[in-house]
Ligand binder design. Sequence first.
Ligand code: URA
Length: 236
Amino acid sequence: MERLDKRIAATGRWSRKEAKALIKSGRVKVDGQQATSPEEKIPEDATLLVDGHLVSSERYTYLMLHKPQGVVSSTEDPREPTVLGLLPPHLRKLGLFPVGRLDKDAEGLLLLTNDGPLAHRLLSPGKHVDKRYYVEVTGELDETDRKALAEGIQLKDGTHCRPASLELLPETGQALVTIQEGKYHQVKRMLAARGKPVSYLKRLAMGPLALDPALPPGAWRPLQAEELAALEALWK
Ligand code: URA
């Protein structure tokens, strides 16, 4: 059992204060009954309606974040600003964590959730979930780089990477890179092994989940039901 206002705020769509106001103004129904008290305790599987619209009955929270440069992909850090610090206080208390990491100087799509099993499945090396990046390098990427990545690059420390795709962007010398693994600094190390150091890195997609172009760096939004369904469908 959980407090009604807390559960509504956990969707990421309303703050705790807004959730209280929604309930007090009679806009929330719990299992068909109009709710009146924010403190009401509701069962985990209760059906919630706000203004007649179904609010996800998920017990977990899923947020899409456009990670900006300059913040670290961890939940806490003694010195550096973290991705969790970009969220309002009521969402910082839900045990959210980033699914995979982006380097401090990288930006782009980061999924934040407290759904451990989903995160585990997405990150598990055996699942081969595609991670797609836009990269800029010092120098120009070319056909020889594309072939080398397609064959599977050996990093400078001897580590072998699985075949990766490099899609050259016309006339810029820059590219889209798709990898299925998540080795430490993988894209940077793969391209460093080609003598083309990465100067800018942005994650565009993870499996079926694409960075929403309407989200500027630093902004976030709850995952839409279809986006979550697409992630879950990876294992069906
Ligand atoms: N590869 C990298 O080198 N850095 C990232 O942040 C992600 C993939």
